[in-house]
Design a protein around this ligand. Structure first.
Ligand SMILES: [Zn+2]
Length: 307
């Protein structure tokens, strides 16, 4: 029997997130490049461009929120809208592990008048949720209604409303026609307590004047380059640099636990009607096949543990 083969792929040394402070500690800045991680996930799910773009923006923000966490603290972002993508889910943590999926990866909508992917229509109206699991029991969950479905604005609204931190957020993904990802990443600038109103206006201008994040990354910019280009004048001081990788926590053992949780009778039905069970991880698309013999073994174990 296969072991718990945790899916973890160190893809790309260009994928990392940095955190800095600037303007004498009144500004927190984070920038991330997630091109390799998003490309890996998009290919595993055979995503079409709108899904790759939506997931890429969400994962870039998740990577930066994860970098604000400590070690194994986890963060899950859910964007649930009434558009055809339905739901975007991304998981991250303070160690740089990332994974995610889009409920409906095959969405095709007409481009906007500017020739861009229409993410607003693909996501629709709904909510953005951020769930932080600090490992202290009940996770902290905050959410806001979606502002535009363009995702960056939606995260800015989340930080302002749910965390009372005025923030400028820029996210960008350059998608290839086959849904592959050529560049993906983002920038978050936050005003910390004690910052003046003038500084808020300066930050807004700095982000507005910044070239598209995806074209910066496509032309080779690192997360530090993005921060320098955005707020170099505010003397950023770098605090940490966290490599990012695609990791999925699924395993054969976890699938067995899921089968055990079905209970003896449900398993009996599966054995009788299908003679096997095929489980697919919705995060990484890894398939786990259990034949009749293995299902019977699992069923016997239920009896022994008294479930
Ligand atoms: Zn998985």
């Amino acid at each position: 029997m296969a072991n718990c083969n945790q899916q973890s792929i160190e893809i790309n040394t260009r994928d990392y997130v940095v955190q800095a402070t600037a303007a004498n500690g009144h500004v927190r800045a984070l920038a991330a490049v997630v091109t390799g991680v998003v490309d890996e996930i998009a290919r595993r799910h055979k995503m079409w461009p709108a899904a790759s773009a939506a997931l890429g923006r969400t994962l870039a923000a998740t990577a930066m929120i994860g970098a604000m966490q400590k070690g194994k603290e986890k963060v899950t972002v859910q964007i649930i809208g009434d558009g055809p993508l339905e739901q975007i889910t991304a998981d991250g943590d303070g160690e740089g592990n990332l994974r995610g999926y889009v409920q409906n990866p095959h969405v095709d909508l007409p481009l906007t008048e500017q020739g861009k992917l229409n993410l607003s229509a693909a996501v629709g109206k709904g909510h953005l949720w951020v769930i932080r699991d600090l490992g202290l029991g009940e996770p902290y969950r905050g959410g806001v209604p979606l502002v535009s479905g363009e995702i960056a604005e939606d995260f800015a609204s989340y930080f302002a409303q749910s965390e009372q931190t005025p923030s400028a957020v820029a996210l960008g993904v350059l998608v290839e026609v086959d849904g592959g990802v050529q560049a993906a990443g983002g920038l978050i600038l936050q005003l910390l307590p004690g910052a003046s109103e003038g500084l808020a206006i300066i930050l807004e201008h700095m982000v507005r004047d910044l070239p598209a994040i995806s074209s910066l990354i496509d032309s080779g910019s690192t997360p530090e380059d993005i921060i320098e280009q955005a707020i170099g004048d505010l003397q950023p001081k770098y605090l940490n640099r966290l490599p990012l990788r695609f990791t999925c926590t699924c395993s054969r053992e976890r699938c067995e636990s899921a089968l055990i949780a079905l209970g003896k009778e449900e398993l009996e039905d599966i054995i009788r009607e299908q003679g096997k069970a095929e489980l697919t991880c919705r995060f990484c698309q890894e398939q786990y096949l259990f034949d009749k013999e293995e299902l019977k073994n699992i069923q016997e174990r239920i009896g022994k543990t008294g479930n």
